[in-house]
Design a protein around this ligand. Structure first.
Ligand code: ATP
Length: 316
């Protein structure tokens, strides 16, 4: 049916190497690493061998070039990524707290990621796509919504599908309009990939079972709940529940696990794999990625993930 496309922010991430609260004092940092949840998703999708294309924008700078080089190297079509001559590529600084939660400082509101639009190049990419994946974080980018809406119409006209990862970040602004957009996408998504409390937030009801039931009533055909070091669970409307244990790894940098999971899961399902197989690749992609510093540095090719699956024990 055509490639999987993802619309949204492309940025670089800079990571503090010390653990602690926030960024009010000078920190040793590493990076820049190619990043942005939609970019991580599509990179993992491309690495696993699913046809993949990105829609977004970077600045005409080294941060932008680092992202474009990475995506191209990993087989992602970047013809729908604009190079903004005036605004820079955005950045995110991340520091981990002792309890494993994270603080982000985002510089993206006035970056290229905030103001890309529908162009002929974007229309061409969307016009041959078979699946659209949306990250909730992209909904807070001014400019992204009209592109997402048009891309969805284009994909639906071809009989294609939609997946949504809520990917809510406390640092990004979700105003009433963003909430409405989010809710509309929840009602249209074939596949939902929430983690933790995002399941209940997307459904608007409390309790895992009630939230899952509600989302099926609203039209979802598959719900995959990501549970971090506990693995993941797929729910299907006929009541089938498939649990996948996590791989036993030492977590070095959790950022990007969910995006890599999603990129692998969607690519595998679109390649015709069963829920069980796709969950195995998704869990492997997420686990492999947390062992390496940098949000997409641990994304794996199909061969790398096969080797990881063979050589890594599973929890539980
Ligand atoms: P993020 O927002 O950090 O990108 P997320 O909350 O969307 O992540 P997670 O549930 O943290 O998603 O991770 C996705 C998948 O990656 C999990 O379902 C699991 O299979 C794998 N994973 C994540 N963290 C670990 C870990 N510490 N050990 C093993 N596997 C992990």
């Amino acid at each position: 049916l055509g490639p999987t496309i993802c619309v949204g922010e492309i940025l670089v991430e800079i990571v503090a190497t010390t653990v602690g609260d926030g960024f009010t004092e000078a920190q040793p940092l590493v990076g820049p690493y190619p990043s942005g949840a939609p970019a991580i998703f599509i990179d993992q999708c491309g690495r696993i061998g699913g046809a993949a294309a990105m829609i977004g924008a970077v600045g005409d700078d080294d941060f932008g070039r680092a992202n474009l080089d990475r995506l191209r190297r990993d087989g992602v079509d970047v013809s729908g990524v604009a190079v903004d001559p005036d605004w820079p590529t955005g950045s995110a600084f991340v520091r981990y707290r002792a309890d494993a939660s994270r603080d982000f400082v985002y510089n993206i509101a006035t970056s290229a990621a905030a103001r890309f639009g529908w162009t002929e190049a974007v229309a061409a990419v969307a016009g041959r796509a078979g699946h659209l994946h949306v990250m909730g974080s992209a909904l807070s980018m001014p400019g992204a919504w009209p592109v997402i809406e048009k891309a969805l119409v284009s994909v639906r006209l071809r009989g294609g599908t939609l997946s949504l990862d809520p990917n809510l970040r406390k640092e990004l602004k979700y105003d009433t309009e963003t909430e409405t957009r989010f809710d509309r996408l929840v009602g249209q998504a074939d596949l939902l990939l929430p983690s933790g409390e995002e399941l209940e937030r997307a459904a608007g009801v409390e309790g895992e079972a009630a939230a899952v039931a509600r989302l099926f009533e609203r039209g979802a055909k598959e719900i995959v709940l990501k549970r971090g070091a506990e693995g993941a669970t797929c729910f299907q409307p006929d009541g089938t529940r498939t649990d996948a244990p996590a791989f036993a790894v030492k977590e070095l940098d959790p950022t990007g696990a969910g995006d890599c999971f999603g990129g692998a899961y969607v690519a595998c399902r679109r390649l015709g794999m069963t829920v069980e197989e796709a969950l195995t690749y998704g869990c492997a992609a997420g686990a492999r990625n947390v062992t390496v510093r940098g949000p997409m540095e641990g994304a794996g090719t199909r061969a790398e993930l096969d080797a990881f699956i063979r050589n890594t024990a599973r929890r539980g």
